[in-house]
Ligand binder design. Structure first.
Ligand code: SF4
Length: 63
C-alpha cells in the first residue's frame, strides 16, 4: 500500500505530519507530501490514522 496526498485539497494543517511523520511531511509550499515507499505493519497503521485525521480527506492509501 502507498499513501497519496491530493495537493489541490490539502490545506497544510500539518495534522498528518503530527500523526505519522515517517510518511507525511509538509513541502516548501506548505502542502503535505507522502513518501513513495510501500507501507506495511505499524507504519501503515500510523498512516491510516493520519488519513482518518485529515479534516479535508486529502489522503488516500491504496495499492
Ligand atoms: S492532514 Fe490533510 S489537510 Fe492537513 S496537512 Fe495532512 S493532508 Fe493536508
Amino acid at each position: 500500500m502507498k499513501a497519496y496526498v491530493d495537493p489541490d485539497i490539502c490545506t497544510g494543517c500539518g495534522l498528518c505530519e503530527d500523526a505519522c511523520a515517517s510518511v507525511f511531511s509538509l513541502n516548501d509550499d506548505g502542502i503535505a507530501v507522502a513518501i513513495e515507499d510501500e507501507l506495511e505493519g505499524d507504519v501503515l497503521k500510523e498512516a491510516e490514522d493520519a488519513r482518518d485525521q485529515c479534516p479535508v480527506e486529502a489522503i488516500e492509501i491504496k495499492d
